[in-house]
Design a protein around this ligand. Sequence first.
Ligand SMILES: [Zn+2]
Length: 495
Amino acid sequence: MLEIEYSAIINEFKTVVDTTPSSKCLKKRKGLINMRIMSLKALITAALLSVLSLPIHASNLPSISEYQLDNGMKVIVKQDHRAPVVVHQVWYKVGSTYETVGKTGLSHMLEHMMFKGTKTLEPGVFSKQVSQLGGQENAFTSANYTAYYQVVGKQHLEKVMQLESDRMRNLVIDDTEFNKERKVVTEERRWRLEDQPTSKLNEQFNATAFMNSPARNPVIGWMTDIEHYKASDLRDWYRQWYAPNNATLVVVGDVEPQAVLALAKTYYGRYKPETISSVKPQLEIEQEGLRRIELKGATKVPSVQLGYHVPSLVTAKTAVEKQEVYALAVLESILDGSSSSRLPVSLVRKQQIAAGASAGYNTTDRLSTLFELSGTPVTGHKVSEVENALLAEIEILKTELVSQPELERIWAMDEADHVYYLDSIQAQASIIGSLVSVGLEADTLDYWIENIRKVTPQQIQAVAKKYLTRDNLTIATLFPDGKDHSGLKAYTGRL
Ligand SMILES: [Zn+2]
């Protein structure tokens, strides 16, 4: 169970929030590892694709109720009475961007250990009990947070809350179990990274684009770090971060807020707050020129990934900067929001040089983030042609204003995504949890469409000129290594 993230083609978002118990924690997009490419819109699309789908009467949905327990734990409840179902999620503000050199991947490793048992529960019993309730459960780790969730009939809310609250503070990290699980994680890394050239490219791309920010850390961790953790590292990580005052409980479904609050007080309210040491800023240094890397990998198909440093809604401090984020989000949709967006139309259908081309931007990263582009050439065309064509599309955005009809189409698309989001209680909970965990308001999404509609063609041109520049660009190219890789062993373990 690792969490992971992305970079690449929007249509492949379907696995973003995995619901199968056998593949916990992975967020994956086109096999690449690092979720920094997701826009809020994409996150919504991703989350809703994997979960419950209910009849929608969006206009009747009540607003969000927010509370804070005496020990500092946040409790957020959103009522949705369309089915007798409830989603129970606990989000911890810890992920790979909290990790230090030599200890990368600790958050993900801890997520694996969370299914090992507590002082009163044998290893594996947690999942078995949720399954016996007819529920689904899962977990995922990202750069920004680690989250655990269950989807059950509303009558079982108290039971899953009791189970989840138990492992918040009573986890047993046993040396033998830890050593066993470390082997699982190293194997997981081999399968996800070492044997997946596009994921490996993304990992190295990220570590090149970010030089001193922990945004460079792979969520699963570098192999040598995974191999050298001690069980005590995990115990310390657990004690420090898995505390009520570092957690948010999100419950969405057929519930009454006051009843959820009462249960939360009983189960989570019994713990004392922990002293949480503040994380050093480690602000990324300014990029002052193009960065480029090449990787030869076990593939027959070359590809290219490009990224520009840009702000996120979290790092944007002023109203003007926040509006730049919305403008960049619209710009992303112009390039790659649907099959009629510019990249698929131009590179795939008109020029016929790319098998695929995409853009991505995670507007809600906790730290500074990247606006990314990627592409794969069709047979007979070079990866350099795709790179040049992607850059040419960026230049067009700087020289020609986006037309009003194109902008209207983007807004309509975003509104459709918003309605989709309301269709799923799991998606609603996931969006709320992810926003609050990076320090944004729980209702940020409710104002998303309103803010997107304020973006003007001039603002789009301005952010393209300001941020999408050569000196602010990192390019990573994957080339085939010319070897035979047909004998690669498949991974059969738990994720
Ligand atoms: Zn994992």
